[in-house]
Structures are given as C-alpha cells and as structure tokens.
Design a protein around this ligand. Structure first.
Ligand SMILES: Cc1cc2nc3c(=O)[nH]c(=O)nc-3n(C[C@H](O)[C@H](O)[C@H](O)COP(=O)(O)OP(=O)(O)OC[C@H]3O[C@@H](n4cnc5c(N)ncnc54)[C@H](O)[C@@H]3O)c2cc1C
Length: 511
C-alpha cells in the first residue's frame, strides 16, 4: 500500500501542533487528525515556563506568542511557595501568562503556512502497524470510517489517549487521590469584569486549608478563572458536570470582597492521577505529551512538558524520514524524555502532598518554606519547575558545564544543527561534510554568544542539536572528536572528511 503521509499526528493540542510545526519546518509530509470539529477556545493551562519560551525563541516563534500573552510573571511556584525566576540563567526569566487556547491558535495558524492540514472532526479509533508503516482508522463526520496510511504515527491525543490504549502500553503510576475543578466565569461586578489584563495575577495560595482552597485569576474580556478545591470536590465522578452551586461555594471562599456570579462559561474537573508510559516509542508509533504522562497541574508544567517532548522528537523523526538519522536516534527520544517526565511526576506528587490539610504536611511545608528562603535552594527548585535545568546524558566530558544542557539564547530558525567554531579551525573544516544538516557560525568566543563566559572561557567550540541542546563541547583543534559527535547525532557525512591533523581516518560518506 502506498504511504499517503510520512507522519500522522493524532491530536491538535499544544504537543501535536508544536510537533507538526517542527515536522512542517523540516518539509516532512504530515497530517494532524483531531477529534474536535473546531477549536473550543477553552484553556486548561495558562502559562509557558522559561524553557518553553526558549524553545519558541529558538525557532523565532516567541514574539507572536508574546503578542497574545496576558502578562509576564517574574516568578513560579512550588505548591504555592514562591520561586524567583529572576535568578535563573535564561534570557526569559518569567512565566508567560497565556491561555492554552491562544498558544494552540498561534501554532495552528503558523502550521497553515507549511500547507499542513489539520483534519478536524476525525477521531482515530484504531491502527495497525507493520514493517513499513501504520494504517490508521478514523471516524469522520456522520460516523463515516476511513483509513490513512503513514510511515509513523504519533499519539499526541491527550491523557485518555486512544493510541496509548490501542498499543496496550503499560501505564504505571497511581490513581487519583484528590479531585479538583476549574471554571471560567463572569462576575456581576463591572469593575472586576473590566480587568482584562493579567496585571493582578499573583501566585496561587495553596496553603493547606481543611475548608478547601479557591482563587481567581483574570483572563481578560471579563472572564475569570476560578479554581475549586476542597472536601466537596472529593469522590466526584470526573465526568459529572460542574454545577453552579459548586462554583458559588468556591467563589464565596475566595479571598477578597464578596463577588456575585453572572455566568459560567466553561468548567472542567481534574485530579492528581499520576501515570507515565513505560516506553515512548513502540516500533512506528510514538507517544508524546499527556498521552505519555499525566499528573496534577501543580506548578504549571504539563503543557510545557508536552511541548518540550515535541521539540525533542521533531528533528529526530525528521532525520529518520530524511534518511540521515544515525542508528538509535529515535530511541534517544525515550531515553531523554522519560526521565524528564518522571521527574515532573515526582515533583507534582510532592507538591500535592504539601497542600494536604494534614499537620505533618504543614510541618514539611513550613520547613520547605524556610529552605526556599535560601537563594541557592530557591534557584535549584525554580530551575526544575522552569525546565531550565534539563540536561540530557551525553558522551563526552561529563563535567563540562554545557554538555547536554540547553544553549540558552541560541537561534536555530531552520531547525538544523549548529557548530559554533571559528572558520578555518580544524573542527570547522571537519564539519564541512555535514553542511547539509549542520550550519556553522563564526564564534570568536562561542560562549560569549551563549552568555556563559565566566564558566567556560577559552574552551573553543560547541556543537548544538536542532533542539538547542549542546551535544559536543571542545576546542577548535579537536577534529576527530567533533567528527565522532557529528556522526553520533547527525549520521554519516555526505562528503569524505578531511581535516588538518587528520590521523588518516575518514568517515564514510552517505550515498
Ligand atoms: C485544570 C488544568 C489546569 C492546567 N494548567 C496547566 C498550566 O497552567 N500549565 C501547564 O503547563 N499545564 C497545565 N495543565 C496541563 C495541560 O493542559 C496539559 O498537559 C496539555 O493540554 C497537554 O497537551 P497535549 O497536546 O499533550 O494534550 P491535549 O491538550 O489533551 O490535546 C490532545 C488533543 O487530542 C485530541 N484527541 C483526543 N483523542 C483523539 C483521537 N482519538 N483522535 C483524534 N484526536 C484526539 C483532543 O481533542 C485534543 O485536542 C493543566 C491541566 C488541567 C486539567
């Protein structure tokens, strides 16, 4: 059977749409299938963390996203305890306050520029994979069934992922212990309704309270996000509609003056269920975002985790399809992203434990609040929630401060690798064989460009992957070394490698 697409992505949420943009940028023939006939406009998430801002900046996509933002908060939080983002090693030391729907809107509009269709009103119901590809069955409008064929299928279809279930992939973890809800509401108070900006955004108060916590955030256009926690939320069926009575009870509990409800625009229940798939890749089927991991939204990390999954996966999948991927490249998606997801699951469980109205939890919370008053401790936790401390294991000098870490501030608009090394140095000459995949930029001091002069002065050259992570760091003379790293991450060179100081070895070119 002919392959109609190279990749099919199930789900046009933030994960699927960012992945689609990455593959679109690489010229991969893809389609996105989405169950919903149109965008709902409703948002679960309300923020982008600093690492996600860096990711968007890396492709030149941050500015238009910032244009849609409500506010920039110079802080994050851990179970409501403040984290100072100003101390982070990033050009974007803030949370971007932006409804998820606006991020999706940008990504879908941008995707149209690549000519990639989002096939809406089409639900993936099953699939079958074989040695060459995946045949996907879709239910379309009027319940009509059809099939599409692709070389790879990515399940970015959310926490109740059909792709994950159809794979029969183990999804270990634990069930929900705490139930909560959110509602986007209008208030009968003209003054408050006009609060269209995020100027009054503050970190949520998640102090343990036996009566349950509730807080409000202005979302603009007279809409406010109400968070509902507390005893009456426990044991409620997740699919039961949120009632106006529940909303009024929570509204009355919010700090500040009394407020009257005018209307509930949208409401949804959620829990602290915590699960992660055992494997992100199964043959020709890949899982990303909530399809691969679910957890409480504590600290505002889920959407960010999913978008960062997509950014790690996109260039690797494109490399496989373009035929230059070295052996095992796709497997590094699981190897790198599974531990990152596991860490988020662990920190969200810890955060939830700190919000329980239990005297022991209160004692731990007070201790942690003391610890977070120390700048080093605060920066450590801030970097974890912000995603700026992510460092993938890489072969090479493990104590090098940049190896495996992201290169902050670097722009890779074309989604290609980048060698930062002076023209004419041995590494620059050696990298010529990869110039169809790796750009080179003169960098008298590459670390200067990355804002890391103090730690790494004079070290010489860096190789950056298309996802902005440093995969080699060395000196301008280390030609054999850089060839090994280029081969490991970018496959065999197109042309035989010759370089000064060459010990006679040449890497075999690809056809
Ligand atoms: C109340 C709440 C608040 C949150 N707040 C934050 C926050 O502030 N910050 C943060 O980072 N995260 C937050 N999150 C988490 C965040 O919303 C999710 O992690 C994020 O939506 C995951 O994106 P995704 O694209 O992986 O999945 P989803 O957003 O769930 O998108 C999956 C898409 O797939 C479609 N789909 C499903 N099944 C099929 C199928 N069979 N065929 C075709 N299409 C299908 C769905 O319609 C959907 O459009 C919050 C979550 C909740 C519940």
């Amino acid at each position: 059977m002919d392959t109609e697409f190279e990749v099919l992505i199930a789900g046009a949420g933030p994960t699927g749409l960012l992945l689609a943009n990455e593959l679109g940028l690489a010229g991969v023939r893809i389609a996105v299938v989405e169950r919903l006939p149109r965008r709902t406009g409703w948002s679960k998430a309300l923020n982008l963390q600093p690492r996600t801002a860096e990711v968007l900046h890396c492709r030149g996509w941050l500015e238009p996203v910032l244009d849609r933002a409500l506010t920039l908060l110079p802080a994050g939080h851990f179970a409501g305890l403040p984290l100072d983002y100003g101390a982070l090693d990033t050009a974007f030391p803030h949370q971007v306050g932006i409804p998820q729907a606006r991020v999706e809107e940008f990504l879908e509009d941008h995707l149209a520029g690549y000519g990639v269709p989002v096939l809406r009103g089409r639900e993936l119901t099953s699939f079958r994979q074989d040695g060459e590809g995946v045949t996907v069955t879709l239910r379309g409008p009027d319940d009509a069934e059809g099939t599409l064929r692709a070389r790879y299928l990515v399940g970015a279809d959310g926490g109740r992922s059909t792709v994950r279930r159809a794979l029969g992939m183990p999804f270990p973890g634990r069930d929900a212990r705490v139930g909560m809800a959110v509602a986007d509401i209008e208030l009968r108070d003209d003054e408050r309704e006009s609060g269209a900006s995020g100027d009054s955004w503050r970190l949520p108060d998640l102090s343990p309270d036996p009566a349950g916590s509730a807080f409000l955030l202005p979302l603009g256009d007279g809409v406010h996000r109400l968070f509902l926690g507390g005893p009456e939320q426990q044991g409620v069926d997740r699919d039961a509609p949120v009632t106006e009575d529940e909303v009024r009870t929570a509204l009355a509990r919010c700090p500040g003056p009394p407020r009257a409800l005018r209307a509930v625009r949208w409401a949804s229940r959620f829990t602290d269920v915590s699960r992660q798939v055992e494997r992100y890749v199964d043959g020709r089927v890949v899982l990303a975002g909530d399809a691969a991991h679910v957890h409480a939204p504590a600290g505002g990390q889920g959407l960010n985790l999913g978008m960062q999954d997509a950014f790690n996966l996109g260039w690797k999948l494109a490399a496989v399809l373009r035929g230059w991927a070295p052996d095992g490249l796709l497997a590094t998606y699981h190897a790198e992203r599974h531990p990152v997801g596991a860490r988020v699951l662990a920190n969200t469980r810890a955060q939830m434990a700190l919000t329980l109205p239990d005297p022991d939890a209160v004692a731990v919370r007070e201790l942690l609040a003391d610890l977070l008053a120390a700048p080093d401790a605060n920066r450590h936790v801030a970097a974890m929630i912000a995603g700026t401390d992510i460092r993938y294991p890489m072969p090479g000098a493990p104590d090098h401060p940049l190896l495996g870490a992201r290169a902050p501030g670097v722009r890779l608009d074309a989604g290609r690798g980048l060698l930062l090394a002076d023209a004419g140095t041995a590494v620059a000459v050696a990298a010529d064989g990869w110039r169809d995949r790796v750009d080179r930029s003169d960098a008298p001091d590459p670390y200067d460009r990355l804002g890391r002069t103090a730690a790494t002065e004079g070290t010489g050259a860096l190789l950056v992957r298309p996802d902005g992570h440093v995969c080699w760091a060395g000196r301008g003379a280390d030609a054999d070394d850089v060839c090994a790293a280029l081969t490991r991450w970018f496959g065999a060179p197109r042309t035989p490698v010759t370089h000064r100081g060459d010990s006679g070895r040449t890497a075999a070119p690809t056809s």
